[in-house]
Ligand binder design. Sequence first.
Ligand code: GAP
Length: 464
Amino acid sequence: MLNKNKKNNDLMEKIVSLCKRRGFVFPGSEIYGGFAGTYDWGHLGVALKRNVTDAWNKAMQNHRNMTFLDSSIFTSGKVWEASGHVSNFSDPLVICNICKEKSRADHLLENAGVKADEKLSELNINKIFDENRGTIKCPKCGGKDFGKVQASNLLATSNLGMLDGKENQVYLRGETAQGIYINYKNVLDTGFVSIPFGIAQIGKAFRNEISPRQFLFRKREFEQMEMQYFCHPSEAIKNYEIWKEERMEYYKKMGINPKKLRFKPHENLVFYAKAACDIEYEFPFGWSELEGVHYRGDYDLTQHQKFSSVDMQFYDEETKEKYIPHIVETSVGVDRTVLMVLCDAYCEDKIGKNERIVLKLNPKLSPIVCAVSPLLKNKPELVEYANTKVYAPLKAEFGRVIWDDNGNIGKRYRRQDEIGTPFCIVIDFDTLADDTVTVRDRDTAKQERIKVENLKKYIKEKIN
Ligand code: GAP
């Protein structure tokens, strides 16, 4: 078990290190010693993230009754009072009496081998914590003397306006979903959709996480891809089941190892949910939530109706029925998806006698589709050909194309393997004679000769 844990910790370290080394993700505010729970996206990370969000958008666009929204991060404070986040959105915080380290009580219980769900009530978690006090250790000083478990609100706040006083305090959104609920009537009133319909949104969310951890998994600033499906109450459970299956299939089609995906129904429902489950992925640190699928009932619209006094009911012209639609939500983090994609793709294998690290990414998600290399960078005829006849047209077609003439061919292949580039194209002296190039496949390392005029078609077929 110890060995397995060590191997998995090593794997996470390797992924973190690869991300920095190759320019996917950098630690936030690194030159100032870092800033917990924040990361900055580098060139390849931006591309990977964009491919992840494009894939999600495309999947949502496949629904003819889907609409899209981009709501603001700053909202009236009433939004968060109505939603229940001001009073209910919290994590169980516990402080070490010896070194004052702040930890999440459920994480400490987990470390001590005690099952504890993050959605447990304050009362229940205190009870379990008290029963196990003797075995729970502070991760910083190793002490076993803790205060009481308290609910620590997750909403991050900021100040707007000229004064720093309380009256100017604003909440940074803790989920993008609320922006959707407060715009649901606006979307309906455009007349393009009727019940049932969905509103999909990608955007930043912020949480005052007590202990951000596991790299991109739990951050304080992250991005969510959320979809809220508004339907008749009698159709809600059916839609909940449909969305659950659809989202699971989506990951399988994306090429994620199906053995590392599973559903986990929630035992302790969060304050807004009527039914809920997670799609979990087996990360190197264990099975953990990737995406939440929640049946939120009429909770959110009812709350906003109460707090805003705006009628949130839908009037069905055909049946003459008036009702508050029920909501099924799918919610997943972009950062968490990227981490899953990286964990799933990371491989160490051997090509002949040479060991290599390779990201076996689905070509649709790879930041770079192909690398173009003249065999020798000091041969102008090769460089000229590679540049004008291969690189330029492929770059114009696919965008995600890189010029790589640094080091020998072996080194170039290793570098491209590490960033998950599915194809390396090499222009050599034969190219000048017969207009063919070598295309090397990332996963098999096999090479084929392809006519330059067929390159676009060849790559298109492989990445679509
Ligand atoms: N609107 C529902 C909602 O926000 P959630 O389970 O709290 O539900 C949904 O979050 C998803 O957002 C999670 O499954 C995860 O993918 C992502 N997420 C939540 N907190 C996160 C964090 N601190 N860092 C990165 N991703 C996070």
